[in-house]
Design a binder for this molecule. Structure first.
Ligand SMILES: [Zn+2]
Length: 322
């Protein structure tokens, strides 16, 4: 079979583009591995949210969210759909809604190289998303998986492409708190691993809402250095309203989160030490909202967890109203 060989060679080449200088921490010639970019409108929305922090905080205190990032790890769960909440989150779950996931597996054919993902793999990815965001007491439920065979969409779905519009118009399910994940080939945009919409985009363009990821980035995939599922966790970060940790470079307010030190540019690989801004703190290279390798990414900060819950409350109707 010639095709898998060509595809493998292609993936290797794109990964080299994605991380041109992996280890020195001073990456130049950057390739956009994530195409989610905050424009001035997005920044203005975040500014407003931050400004309204006081009133929002009051509501959240009522929710007893508590010390989110200090939550103890639960025992591992086999199936994200049957996540067993800890004691603190149980109380909160009465007040917040579950995030339903619809997974649209766009494939050129029914082979792994063609983008086909088994349900078992998809569940592993959902479980990883659940593991990270449960620290904000979010609960996800995999509602359904579509296997869609369409080589044109597999190759050419990309930010703003007609194929993306056709795919999402036909298949997007649910309301603002429904997470639609599209796994595709991103063949026409080498080096790109994924992208997402922001919560405040929903009102103007509900059909476009959701995240798009390269199929080989899921756990056990074969995208070099980005194959443990952290790409989807990163894109969900945007979907819940987080910006890149390098947003705004060294200038304040950066990503609008106080406990993620500023960094001048994205970090690649997994540098031992990196500090690109004079302000306090070394670069947050282990944060999911940076560009480092999957194995390097470990957490979201407490500030990010608070911010995302606030944003979901405002823009995605997270709070249940009886
Ligand atoms: Zn991103």
């Amino acid at each position: 079979m010639l095709l898998p060989f060509i595809l493998t060679a292609f993936l290797g080449a794109t990964a080299a583009l994605a991380a041109p200088q992996a280890d020195d921490g001073n990456t130049t010639n950057l390739q956009p591995i994530c195409a989610t970019n905050a424009n001035p409108h997005d920044i203005a929305v975040i500014e407003q949210v931050v400004e309204n922090d006081k009133t929002t905080m009051k509501d959240l205190e009522d929710l007893e969210l508590g010390d989110l990032s200090d939550e103890e790890e639960d025992e591992d769960v086999d199936d994200a759909a049957h996540y067993n909440p800890n004691h603190m989150c149980k109380k909160i779950y009465k007040k917040i809604r579950t995030i339903k996931i619809h997974w649209h597996n766009v494939a050129a054919n029914n082979t792994r190289e063609g983008g086909y993902l088994k349900k078992k793999v998809i569940l592993k990815q959902v479980k990883y998303i659940q593991k990270i965001y449960k620290k904000a007491c979010l609960r996800f439920y995999l509602k359904g998986v579509n296997h869609i065979y369409n080589a044109d969409w597999f190759n050419n779905v990309a930010p703003g492409s007609p194929q993306e519009k056709a795919l999402k118009t036909q298949y997007r399910h649910g309301d603002e708190l429904t997470l639609n994940i599209y796994s595709v080939g991103l063949v026409s945009t080498p080096g790109l691993l994924g992208y997402s919409t922001f919560p405040w985009n929903f009102a103007d363009d509900p059909h476009n809402d959701g995240i798009v990821i390269h199929y080989a980035t899921v756990p056990g995939g074969d995208y070099p250095h980005y194959d443990e599922g952290a790409v989807a966790v990163h894109e969900v970060g945007h979907w819940v309203g987080l910006l890149h940790t390098f947003q705004g470079g060294c200038s304040q307010p950066g990503d609008f989160v106080s406990d993620t030190p500023a960094e001048s540019t994205p970090a690649f690989g997994c540098p031992k030490y990196r500090n690109t801004c004079a302000s306090t703190g070394s670069d947050p290279i282990h944060n999911f909202m940076d560009y480092t390798y999957d194995k390097c990414k470990t957490h979201l900060t407490k500030g990010q967890l608070w911010r995302l819950v606030k944003i979901l409350k405002i823009f995605r109707k997270l709070i249940r109203h009886h």
